[in-house]
Write a protein that binds this ligand. Structure first.
Ligand SMILES: NC(=O)C1=CN([C@@H]2O[C@H](COP(=O)(O)OP(=O)(O)OC[C@H]3O[C@@H](n4cnc5c(N)ncnc54)[C@H](OP(=O)(O)O)[C@@H]3O)[C@@H](O)[C@H]2O)[C@@H](O)CC1
Ligand SMILES: Nc1ncnc2c1ncn2[C@@H]1O[C@H](COP(=O)(O)OP(=O)(O)O)[C@@H](O)[C@H]1O
Ligand SMILES: [K+]
Length: 529
């Protein structure tokens, strides 16, 4: 698992480490690690010239010492001092080290043209303008230099790409776009969140000896090695019931394929048993595609509600299916609610719940729930009574300050984390917000952020597959947070393997789940203890 820590936690850990080490040791370790990566990359890109853009803080200090090391190694090295105070505005000892090693020094404020030219000519740029002490955005003097960077230059962000919000909360267009980021001690939230991930590029963490293992993370990312640790593997005492039965209420006469995709994925994920509830066309298709499935209601350990569900359909069979969906939502069993099922969500469920909207669905759901008149108290799912909303639990539909205004898909895309948090707070559910980076938000837990899939996964039906995988994990007893994030990981890896760099169809992702889980489990078995 990759764990990212808040700036505050990093500062505390750094202070503790610094108290035990000689002065300047942490910066020296950071600069050394940075210079090693920079030297390797100069070799990779067959480059000879490096420039460091140096800001007022310790981020600039790291950069100056790294440039000193690169100059000593024989690379043509320069620094551009960004602050208006010039030499007196940057880390003094670092500047002296860089100069003594032979780096050329340009002061942007005094000699703007020279500084811009030195920046434009470099094969490799170290962005040391600002690190975890920075405010989001670039000041004009910094922006001018960043604009001058050659498109072909390799850009390494020091700790984080300058201009980004270190917390990864605020989206920022005005930032360095790095090919690579070399960070120190531990990743920061911005490296893993949609607001900063693309501008971060490849991420390397340099160990500088700070201790964060026992410090709660702000953002986490599951990696391949977590699958063997978390996946529910049956043992000799298990039978199909003890492993977990999944009920699937999905598909409709309008969208029968969703039932097939969801059920196939659940079967591929190795669910103990699958019960399918639907209308005649998807029933026939599920029978054919997933002969393992049993049709009709019965005892289950968890529900998938909603992929391909047509909440407008009005035949007797469709009404019976919708009643089953409402009953599932009103039950005290874990449920994952997707697509059409989201339209049936009225507020809090008492039982463990995963909601899996894409941006448009999240916007619609937030708008509807936040505009529900206060005091309307039918917060049961479909009103059948078993799991009434939790009275007094913070006023489930009272919502945050911006309640009542319409939320659009564009709002959600511009600030995905904040909106996912809003829905999690409003419903008490785990919210999995789909996208190139999929966010899993549960109140009181570190955000999980998964980016395992290629853009080819943006194809109809891919979400139906995801719901089947997560459903099977819920049925096996995983928490909503683990089921959602582990499901997203395996779904993304399956997509990546099935794509192999080319087009993808959802059914291929579903059929890839079984070999993907098998191989990731085998990887765990062969890993050193
Ligand atoms: N602590 C440690 O032990 C270790 C820390 N390490 C390193 O230190 C870094 C943190 O250093 P830090 O705290 O000095 O802050 P940092 O980000 O360099 O600069 C803040 C200054 O920049 C300015 N500024 C602000 N916003 C701006 C903007 N948008 N655009 C332009 N300028 C802006 C503002 O100055 P102002 O101009 O306002 O006076 C502010 O004071 C960390 O990321 C890591 O690299 C490593 O060496 C390992 C050991
Ligand atoms: N650009 C992208 N890169 C990687 N994965 C993506 C991208 N866009 C969407 N996805 C993933 O594709 C799936 C799409 O799901 P969804 O929109 O629900 O499709 P459908 O409703 O048609 O099944 C989600 O798992 C989502 O995270
Ligand atoms: K930086």
């Amino acid at each position: 698992m990759i764990r990212a820590h808040s700036v505050e936690s990093v500062r505390t850990a750094e202070a503790a480490a610094m108290a035990k080490l000689p002065e300047g040791e942490l910066m020296s370790r950071a600069a050394h690690g940075l210079a090693e990566v920079a030297a390797a990359r100069l070799t990779d890109v067959e480059g000879t010239t490096v420039v460091g853009l140096v800001g007022a803080g310790n981020n600039g200090g790291d950069t100056l010492y790294a440039i000193a090391q690169l100059a000593e190694s024989g690379f043509a090295s320069a620094v551009v001092l960004v602050p208006s105070a010039g030499r007196s505005g940057v880390h003094a000892a670092g500047l002296q080290a860089a100069e003594s090693a032979g780096a050329v020094v340009h002061v942007a404020a005094d000699d703007a043209q020279d500084a811009v030219e030195a920046t434009a000519e470099a094969d490799l740029v170290l962005d040391g303008i600002v690190g975890i002490g920075g405010q989001p955005g670039l000041r004009p003097e910094a922006a001018r230099l960043v604009d001058a960077i050659d498109d072909d230059a390799w850009v390494i962000a020091v700790d984080l790409a300058s201009g980004l919000d270190p917390a990864g909360e605020a989206g920022e267009d005005d930032a360095v776009w790095a090919d690579e980021t070399v960070t120190f001690g531990t990743p920061k939230p911005v490296h893993l969140l949609p607001a900063g991930e693309a501008a971060t590029g490849r991420l390397t963490v340099v160990d500088i000896g700070i201790e964060v293992d026992d410090v709660p993370a702000t953002v986490e990312r599951l990696t391949w090695d977590d699958v063997a640790r978390m996946w529910p593997v049956p043992d000799r005492g298990d039978d199909k019931y003890s492993r977990g039965v999944l009920g699937v209420v999905a598909g409709s006469e309008a969208y029968p394929g969703a039932a097939v995709l969801c059920s196939t994925a659940a079967a591929e994920a190795g669910v103990g048993m699958l019960r399918y509830v639907g209308t005649p066309t998807p029933v026939a298709l599920v029978h054919q595609a997933v002969p393992e499935a049993v049709v009709g209601q019965g005892r289950v350990q968890a529900w998938v509600v909603g992929p391909g569900l047509d909440t407008e359909a009005d035949t007797a069979e469709a009404r019976a299916q919708l009643a089953a969906a409402r009953e599932a939502l009103a039950s005290d069993l874990p449920a994952i609610v997707d697509a059409g099922g989201l339209a049936l969500v009225e507020g809090r469920r008492a039982a463990p719940t995963v909601l899996t909207p894409h941006a448009g669905e999240l916007a619609r759901l937030l708008t509807r729930l936040e505009s529900a008149p206060a005091g309307t108290d039918d917060r049961t799912q479909g009103g059948s009574g078993a799991a009434a909303g939790t009275p007094g639990a913070g006023g489930p539909l009272s919502g945050p300050a911006d309640a009542g205004t319409e939320v659009t898909a564009a709002d959600v895309k511009a600030d995905p984390l904040r909106h996912a948090r809003r829905l999690a707070a409003l419903t008490g559910a785990t919210v999995l917000l789909k996208g190139a980076t999929t966010l899993v938000v549960t109140e009181g837990e570190p955000v999980r952020s998964q980016a395992d899939a290629p853009p080819w996964l943006a194809t109809a039906g891919a979400g139906d597959v995801l719901s089947g995988v997560i459903g099977s994990l819920l049925a096996a007893g995983l928490s909503p947070h683990d089921a959602a994030s582990l499901g997203a990981l395996v779904h993304g890896v399956s997509a990546d393997r099935a794509s192999g760099g080319g087009p993808l169809r959802a059914l291929a992702v579903a059929h890839g789940i079984r070999p993907t889980v098998r191989d990731l489990l085998a990887r765990g078995r062969s890993a050193p203890a």
